[in-house]
Ligand binder design. Structure first.
Ligand code: ZN
Length: 326
Protein backbone atom coordinates (compact mmCIF):
# COMPACT_ATOMS: atom_id res chain seq x y z
CA UNK A 1 0.00 0.00 0.00
CA UNK A 2 1.00 3.56 -0.54
CA UNK A 3 1.28 6.18 2.14
CA UNK A 4 -1.58 8.55 1.48
CA UNK A 5 -1.77 12.13 2.62
CA UNK A 6 -5.14 13.76 2.28
CA UNK A 7 -4.11 16.17 -0.42
CA UNK A 8 -1.24 14.72 -2.36
CA UNK A 9 0.16 11.35 -3.17
CA UNK A 10 2.20 9.70 -5.87
CA UNK A 11 1.01 6.83 -7.96
CA UNK A 12 2.54 4.14 -10.08
CA UNK A 13 -0.20 3.60 -12.60
CA UNK A 14 -0.61 0.36 -14.48
CA UNK A 15 -3.86 0.30 -16.39
CA UNK A 16 -6.10 -2.71 -16.11
CA UNK A 17 -5.41 -4.23 -19.50
CA UNK A 18 -2.33 -2.25 -20.37
CA UNK A 19 1.31 -3.16 -20.22
CA UNK A 20 2.68 0.37 -20.02
CA UNK A 21 3.72 1.77 -16.67
CA UNK A 22 3.37 5.47 -16.15
CA UNK A 23 4.27 7.69 -13.27
CA UNK A 24 1.60 10.20 -12.58
CA UNK A 25 1.65 12.86 -9.97
CA UNK A 26 -1.95 13.44 -9.07
CA UNK A 27 -3.52 15.75 -6.58
CA UNK A 28 -6.39 13.33 -6.47
CA UNK A 29 -8.11 13.82 -3.15
CA UNK A 30 -9.09 17.32 -2.12
CA UNK A 31 -11.55 18.11 0.67
CA UNK A 32 -12.88 14.55 0.55
CA UNK A 33 -13.66 14.59 -3.18
CA UNK A 34 -11.85 13.28 -6.23
CA UNK A 35 -12.55 15.18 -9.41
CA UNK A 36 -13.22 13.21 -12.57
CA UNK A 37 -10.63 15.27 -14.43
CA UNK A 38 -7.98 14.10 -11.92
CA UNK A 39 -9.14 10.52 -12.39
CA UNK A 40 -8.84 10.98 -16.15
CA UNK A 41 -5.22 12.12 -15.72
CA UNK A 42 -4.46 9.33 -13.30
CA UNK A 43 -5.73 6.62 -15.64
CA UNK A 44 -4.56 8.37 -18.85
CA UNK A 45 -8.11 8.74 -20.12
CA UNK A 46 -9.81 11.41 -22.16
CA UNK A 47 -12.89 12.96 -20.58
CA UNK A 48 -16.05 14.16 -22.29
CA UNK A 49 -19.74 14.61 -21.57
CA UNK A 50 -22.68 12.93 -23.29
CA UNK A 51 -26.17 13.97 -22.18
CA UNK A 52 -26.35 13.45 -18.41
CA UNK A 53 -23.14 11.42 -18.35
CA UNK A 54 -19.49 12.26 -17.89
CA UNK A 55 -17.36 9.66 -19.65
CA UNK A 56 -13.69 8.81 -19.13
CA UNK A 57 -12.14 6.56 -21.71
CA UNK A 58 -8.92 5.13 -23.08
CA UNK A 59 -8.29 2.18 -25.33
CA UNK A 60 -8.66 -0.33 -22.48
CA UNK A 61 -11.39 1.00 -20.20
CA UNK A 62 -14.50 3.15 -20.20
CA UNK A 63 -15.91 4.79 -17.05
CA UNK A 64 -19.36 6.41 -17.18
CA UNK A 65 -20.81 8.61 -14.45
CA UNK A 66 -24.44 9.71 -14.38
CA UNK A 67 -24.39 13.23 -12.97
CA UNK A 68 -26.21 13.85 -9.65
CA UNK A 69 -26.76 10.09 -9.43
CA UNK A 70 -25.32 7.06 -7.64
CA UNK A 71 -25.17 5.08 -10.85
CA UNK A 72 -21.92 4.58 -12.74
CA UNK A 73 -20.51 1.97 -15.11
CA UNK A 74 -17.10 0.40 -15.58
CA UNK A 75 -16.77 -1.15 -19.04
CA UNK A 76 -20.57 -1.26 -19.28
CA UNK A 77 -21.13 -2.99 -15.90
CA UNK A 78 -23.12 -0.95 -13.37
CA UNK A 79 -21.42 0.08 -10.12
CA UNK A 80 -23.52 1.82 -7.44
CA UNK A 81 -21.73 4.66 -5.68
CA UNK A 82 -22.14 5.41 -1.98
CA UNK A 83 -22.67 9.08 -2.87
CA UNK A 84 -23.90 10.76 -6.08
CA UNK A 85 -21.43 12.17 -8.60
CA UNK A 86 -21.69 15.92 -7.87
CA UNK A 87 -20.31 19.16 -9.25
CA UNK A 88 -17.98 21.39 -7.20
CA UNK A 89 -15.51 24.15 -8.00
CA UNK A 90 -13.16 21.40 -9.28
CA UNK A 91 -15.84 20.12 -11.70
CA UNK A 92 -17.71 16.81 -11.49
CA UNK A 93 -16.33 14.47 -8.84
CA UNK A 94 -16.72 11.45 -6.56
CA UNK A 95 -16.52 11.22 -2.81
CA UNK A 96 -13.18 9.90 -1.56
CA UNK A 97 -14.84 6.72 -0.24
CA UNK A 98 -16.08 5.75 -3.71
CA UNK A 99 -12.64 6.29 -5.20
CA UNK A 100 -10.83 4.35 -2.47
CA UNK A 101 -13.25 1.46 -1.96
CA UNK A 102 -14.53 1.15 -5.53
CA UNK A 103 -12.97 2.70 -8.58
CA UNK A 104 -9.28 2.70 -7.76
CA UNK A 105 -9.20 -0.92 -6.48
CA UNK A 106 -11.11 -2.11 -9.56
CA UNK A 107 -8.90 -0.15 -11.99
CA UNK A 108 -5.57 -0.73 -10.24
CA UNK A 109 -6.27 -4.08 -8.62
CA UNK A 110 -2.58 -4.96 -8.42
CA UNK A 111 -2.08 -2.33 -5.74
CA UNK A 112 -4.87 -3.70 -3.55
CA UNK A 113 -5.17 -7.50 -3.95
CA UNK A 114 -3.79 -9.71 -1.15
CA UNK A 115 -0.28 -10.99 -1.89
CA UNK A 116 -1.17 -14.66 -1.42
CA UNK A 117 -3.32 -16.69 -3.79
CA UNK A 118 -6.51 -17.77 -1.99
CA UNK A 119 -6.41 -21.45 -0.96
CA UNK A 120 -9.97 -22.12 0.07
CA UNK A 121 -13.28 -20.75 -1.22
CA UNK A 122 -16.40 -21.19 0.92
CA UNK A 123 -19.68 -21.08 -0.98
CA UNK A 124 -22.81 -20.40 1.06
CA UNK A 125 -26.09 -21.60 -0.46
CA UNK A 126 -28.62 -19.23 1.16
CA UNK A 127 -31.51 -20.37 3.40
CA UNK A 128 -32.35 -24.14 3.67
CA UNK A 129 -34.38 -26.42 5.93
CA UNK A 130 -37.14 -24.50 7.72
CA UNK A 131 -36.28 -21.36 5.72
CA UNK A 132 -37.30 -21.72 2.03
CA UNK A 133 -36.17 -18.18 1.10
CA UNK A 134 -38.04 -16.54 -1.80
CA UNK A 135 -40.78 -18.58 -3.49
CA UNK A 136 -42.15 -18.16 -7.01
CA UNK A 137 -45.77 -18.40 -8.16
CA UNK A 138 -45.00 -21.89 -9.46
CA UNK A 139 -43.51 -22.85 -6.08
CA UNK A 140 -39.89 -22.85 -7.17
CA UNK A 141 -37.95 -22.50 -3.89
CA UNK A 142 -34.89 -20.31 -3.45
CA UNK A 143 -33.28 -22.81 -1.06
CA UNK A 144 -33.34 -25.54 -3.74
CA UNK A 145 -32.24 -23.32 -6.63
CA UNK A 146 -29.25 -21.88 -4.76
CA UNK A 147 -28.06 -25.25 -3.45
CA UNK A 148 -27.95 -26.55 -7.03
CA UNK A 149 -26.16 -23.42 -8.34
CA UNK A 150 -23.67 -23.57 -5.44
CA UNK A 151 -22.89 -27.25 -6.12
CA UNK A 152 -22.23 -26.38 -9.76
CA UNK A 153 -19.89 -23.52 -8.76
CA UNK A 154 -18.03 -25.97 -6.50
CA UNK A 155 -17.64 -28.45 -9.36
CA UNK A 156 -16.32 -25.79 -11.76
CA UNK A 157 -13.80 -24.40 -9.28
CA UNK A 158 -12.62 -27.88 -8.27
CA UNK A 159 -12.01 -28.67 -11.94
CA UNK A 160 -9.48 -25.80 -11.79
CA UNK A 161 -7.85 -27.35 -8.69
CA UNK A 162 -9.35 -24.83 -6.28
CA UNK A 163 -10.46 -26.14 -2.87
CA UNK A 164 -14.12 -25.40 -2.15
CA UNK A 165 -16.45 -26.10 0.78
CA UNK A 166 -20.17 -25.46 1.11
CA UNK A 167 -21.82 -24.20 4.29
CA UNK A 168 -24.60 -26.73 3.67
CA UNK A 169 -24.84 -29.70 1.33
CA UNK A 170 -28.46 -30.68 2.01
CA UNK A 171 -31.79 -29.22 3.06
CA UNK A 172 -30.56 -27.96 6.43
CA UNK A 173 -30.58 -24.53 8.03
CA UNK A 174 -27.30 -23.33 9.53
CA UNK A 175 -27.91 -19.94 11.19
CA UNK A 176 -26.24 -16.93 9.60
CA UNK A 177 -23.64 -16.84 12.38
CA UNK A 178 -22.98 -20.56 12.00
CA UNK A 179 -22.20 -19.99 8.31
CA UNK A 180 -19.62 -17.31 9.19
CA UNK A 181 -18.21 -19.43 12.04
CA UNK A 182 -17.82 -22.39 9.69
CA UNK A 183 -15.97 -20.26 7.12
CA UNK A 184 -13.63 -18.97 9.81
CA UNK A 185 -13.04 -22.42 11.27
CA UNK A 186 -12.02 -23.97 7.95
CA UNK A 187 -9.87 -20.94 7.04
CA UNK A 188 -11.85 -19.50 4.12
CA UNK A 189 -9.95 -17.05 1.93
CA UNK A 190 -13.11 -16.06 0.01
CA UNK A 191 -16.75 -16.31 1.13
CA UNK A 192 -19.51 -16.16 -1.51
CA UNK A 193 -23.18 -16.35 -0.52
CA UNK A 194 -25.60 -17.36 -3.29
CA UNK A 195 -29.26 -16.27 -3.40
CA UNK A 196 -32.25 -15.66 -5.66
CA UNK A 197 -34.37 -12.57 -5.16
CA UNK A 198 -37.97 -12.09 -4.15
CA UNK A 199 -39.98 -8.86 -3.92
CA UNK A 200 -43.67 -7.93 -4.08
CA UNK A 201 -43.62 -6.59 -7.62
CA UNK A 202 -43.49 -9.26 -10.35
CA UNK A 203 -41.75 -6.72 -12.61
CA UNK A 204 -38.39 -6.62 -10.80
CA UNK A 205 -35.79 -8.64 -12.69
CA UNK A 206 -32.07 -9.01 -13.29
CA UNK A 207 -28.93 -10.05 -11.45
CA UNK A 208 -26.90 -8.18 -8.84
CA UNK A 209 -23.90 -8.64 -6.57
CA UNK A 210 -23.63 -7.10 -3.09
CA UNK A 211 -20.52 -6.26 -1.11
CA UNK A 212 -20.31 -4.74 2.37
CA UNK A 213 -21.21 -1.04 2.54
CA UNK A 214 -18.28 1.21 3.49
CA UNK A 215 -18.23 2.54 7.06
CA UNK A 216 -20.51 5.52 7.61
CA UNK A 217 -22.28 5.19 4.25
CA UNK A 218 -25.80 4.24 3.12
CA UNK A 219 -26.45 0.89 1.44
CA UNK A 220 -27.80 0.58 -2.09
CA UNK A 221 -30.05 -2.45 -1.86
CA UNK A 222 -33.61 -2.41 -3.08
CA UNK A 223 -35.06 -2.66 0.44
CA UNK A 224 -33.58 0.77 1.07
CA UNK A 225 -32.17 -0.31 4.42
CA UNK A 226 -29.24 1.75 5.57
CA UNK A 227 -28.58 -0.34 8.70
CA UNK A 228 -25.93 0.26 11.31
CA UNK A 229 -23.31 2.50 9.72
CA UNK A 230 -20.47 1.63 12.09
CA UNK A 231 -17.38 -0.27 10.91
CA UNK A 232 -18.05 -3.97 10.34
CA UNK A 233 -15.53 -6.82 10.53
CA UNK A 234 -15.58 -7.21 6.73
CA UNK A 235 -14.81 -3.52 6.07
CA UNK A 236 -11.08 -4.28 6.43
CA UNK A 237 -11.44 -5.97 3.03
CA UNK A 238 -13.23 -3.10 1.25
CA UNK A 239 -10.84 -2.89 -1.75
CA UNK A 240 -10.64 -6.69 -2.24
CA UNK A 241 -14.45 -6.92 -1.93
CA UNK A 242 -14.80 -4.42 -4.78
CA UNK A 243 -12.37 -6.34 -7.01
CA UNK A 244 -14.09 -9.66 -6.26
CA UNK A 245 -17.64 -8.26 -6.53
CA UNK A 246 -16.97 -6.49 -9.81
CA UNK A 247 -15.39 -9.60 -11.32
CA UNK A 248 -18.40 -11.72 -10.28
CA UNK A 249 -21.03 -9.20 -11.46
CA UNK A 250 -19.30 -8.70 -14.85
CA UNK A 251 -19.15 -12.44 -15.50
CA UNK A 252 -22.63 -13.11 -14.10
CA UNK A 253 -24.23 -10.53 -16.42
CA UNK A 254 -22.32 -11.95 -19.38
CA UNK A 255 -23.24 -15.60 -18.73
CA UNK A 256 -26.81 -15.16 -17.43
CA UNK A 257 -27.75 -12.66 -20.16
CA UNK A 258 -30.12 -11.03 -17.64
CA UNK A 259 -30.29 -7.29 -17.02
CA UNK A 260 -27.52 -5.78 -14.93
CA UNK A 261 -28.73 -4.41 -11.56
CA UNK A 262 -25.16 -3.62 -10.65
CA UNK A 263 -22.49 -4.09 -8.04
CA UNK A 264 -24.29 -2.87 -4.92
CA UNK A 265 -23.64 -2.26 -1.25
CA UNK A 266 -25.45 -3.73 1.73
CA UNK A 267 -24.75 -4.78 5.30
CA UNK A 268 -26.21 -8.26 5.00
CA UNK A 269 -25.18 -10.30 8.02
CA UNK A 270 -23.21 -13.03 6.22
CA UNK A 271 -21.04 -10.61 4.25
CA UNK A 272 -20.51 -7.89 6.87
CA UNK A 273 -19.31 -10.51 9.40
CA UNK A 274 -17.07 -12.39 6.94
CA UNK A 275 -13.39 -12.62 7.94
CA UNK A 276 -12.20 -12.58 4.33
CA UNK A 277 -13.14 -10.86 1.04
CA UNK A 278 -16.79 -11.62 0.42
CA UNK A 279 -19.77 -11.08 -1.89
CA UNK A 280 -23.46 -12.01 -1.97
CA UNK A 281 -24.88 -12.87 -5.38
CA UNK A 282 -28.56 -12.59 -6.39
CA UNK A 283 -29.11 -14.81 -9.44
CA UNK A 284 -32.50 -13.44 -10.59
CA UNK A 285 -36.02 -12.92 -9.19
CA UNK A 286 -38.24 -15.89 -8.33
CA UNK A 287 -41.11 -13.38 -8.10
CA UNK A 288 -40.68 -12.56 -11.80
CA UNK A 289 -42.47 -15.29 -13.80
CA UNK A 290 -39.92 -15.34 -16.64
CA UNK A 291 -36.97 -15.52 -14.24
CA UNK A 292 -38.71 -18.13 -12.07
CA UNK A 293 -38.92 -20.46 -15.04
CA UNK A 294 -35.28 -19.71 -15.93
CA UNK A 295 -34.17 -20.40 -12.34
CA UNK A 296 -36.04 -23.70 -12.57
CA UNK A 297 -34.07 -24.73 -15.68
CA UNK A 298 -30.78 -26.63 -15.65
CA UNK A 299 -29.32 -24.56 -18.49
CA UNK A 300 -29.85 -21.22 -16.71
CA UNK A 301 -28.48 -22.54 -13.40
CA UNK A 302 -25.44 -23.85 -15.24
CA UNK A 303 -24.88 -20.50 -16.98
CA UNK A 304 -25.21 -18.62 -13.69
CA UNK A 305 -22.81 -21.06 -11.99
CA UNK A 306 -20.31 -20.54 -14.82
CA UNK A 307 -20.65 -16.78 -14.47
CA UNK A 308 -19.99 -16.87 -10.72
CA UNK A 309 -17.11 -19.35 -11.14
CA UNK A 310 -15.54 -17.25 -13.91
CA UNK A 311 -15.83 -14.20 -11.64
CA UNK A 312 -14.03 -16.00 -8.82
CA UNK A 313 -11.38 -17.30 -11.24
CA UNK A 314 -10.97 -13.72 -12.51
CA UNK A 315 -10.17 -12.64 -8.95
CA UNK A 316 -7.52 -15.40 -8.69
CA UNK A 317 -5.98 -14.13 -11.94
CA UNK A 318 -5.85 -10.55 -10.61
CA UNK A 319 -4.12 -11.74 -7.42
CA UNK A 320 -1.49 -13.54 -9.50
CA UNK A 321 -1.05 -10.52 -11.79
CA UNK A 322 -0.77 -8.26 -8.75
CA UNK A 323 2.11 -10.31 -7.42
CA UNK A 324 4.01 -9.89 -10.72
CA UNK A 325 3.38 -6.15 -10.94
CA UNK A 326 4.39 -5.30 -7.39
ZN1 ZN B 1 -32.00 -15.20 -0.17
Amino acid sequence: MYPITRKLFLYHVVLLAGSSTQFVEARTIYKGTVSLSYMARLYSMKVFTSGKKVILENKYNKLEFETNSRRSWINGVMVWLHHPCRKSSAGWGLQEVDFKTGFDPILRSYAYVPKDTPRLVVIDPGHGGKDPGATGKNKVLEKEVVLDISSRVKKHLESKKIAVRLTRTGDTYPTLDQRNDYARKVGADLFISIHADGVESPDAHGVETFITTATGCDSSNHYGQAGDKTAQRNNQFDPANAILGFSIQSNLVKMSKRSDRGLRRARFSVIKKASCPSALVECGFLTNPAEESLLNSVSYRENVARGISNGILGYFTLVKRGRKQR
